[in-house]
Write a protein that binds this ligand. Structure first.
Ligand code: DGL
Length: 267
């Protein structure tokens, strides 16, 4: 099969990577997409570096079976831990560099906040890459470990008091530092955008790492003449390692997956 006709692979520990899929669908509606959510083992963000690397290489191997032309590691945790790893070379992107590029061009007062999982913050990758790009920027990072379980369990609706309470606890210190740009360094977090914005105030620009990675993928495919030539709506296929019914139910909060198939798989 011609390389440009092959699908784009996207994976995450769970459903958070669907924020990248939703952007891909919007900007590249003709592309076929194969998504893997390792829902049986989510969250990755509380695990050790070794375990995250092992899971990530299994995820990548799974997507290779579909002969994907490009892969998005739509997981801030995997991207942080693998930043600089050779597996990340070639036709694959994580979410960090695209999010960092956007944040560095968005900030006016040179104060950027990063919220992400414990493993992502511990890796220091976001901070390191921001500093590499814009040494004058001050970075304020905060791990928000309770956000992923809240999202996976549906506590995302505007005005949800338990989530708002936790958001205030995590985010008020960042707001008090006066940041004007906040990287949602975990792909689950855009589902909490409204609640996060309420704490941070309207003047703070939120950067969705998943959406930025999707935009980067488009640019890469364009520049390398890898965009699908056929002019027909792309096919979406979803795989998860836990219940497909549960996946479908949770995914509905991110995107309309319509009649797409959701299958259980082993890695
Ligand atoms: N979407 C993942 C991330 O971006 C979720 C985190 C997790 O599995 O802990 O980091």
């Amino acid at each position: 099969m011609e390389q440009s006709s092959r699908p784009i692979g996207v994976f995450d520990s769970g459903i958070g990577g669907l924020t990248a899929v939703s952007e891909l669908k919007r900007i590249l509606p003709n592309e076929d997409i194969v998504y893997l959510g390792d829902t049986a083992r989510v969250p990755y963000g509380t695990k050790s570096r070794e375990t995250i690397l092992r899971y990530a290489s299994q995820d990548l191997e799974f997507l290779k079976r579909f002969d994907v032309k490009f892969t998005i590691a739509a997981c801030g945790t995997v991207s942080s831990v693998m930043a600089g790893e050779s597996l990340f070379g070639g036709l694959c992107t994580g979410v960090i560099l695209p999010a960092v590029a956007k944040a560095c061009s968005a900030t006016k007062n040179k104060k950027i906040g990063v919220i992400a999982t414990v493993a992502s913050v511990r890796s220091g990758s976001y901070e390191r890459l921001i500093k590499q790009r814009s040494p004058e920027v001050k970075v304020y990072s905060k791990a928000c470990p309770m956000f992923v379980p809240l999202v996976e369990n549906g506590y995302t609706y505007p005005g949800c008091e338990p989530t708002a309470l936790i958001a205030r606890e995590y985010l008020e210190p960042l707001r008090d530092e006066g940041i004007d740009t906040l990287i949602l360094g975990c792909t689950h977090y855009p589902l909490l955008s409204e609640i996060i914005s309420e704490v941070m105030g309207e003047g703070v620009t939120l950067i969705s790492s998943g959406a930025e990675a999707a935009d980067y993928a488009k640019k890469y495919l364009q520049e390398n003449d890898l965009l699908k030539k056929e002019d027909a709506p792309g096919r979406l296929r979803f795989f998860c390692t836990d219940s497909p019914e549960l996946f479908r139910e949770n995914a509905a909060r991110f995107i309309d997956i319509g009649g797409a198939t959701v299958e259980r798989c082993d890695l």
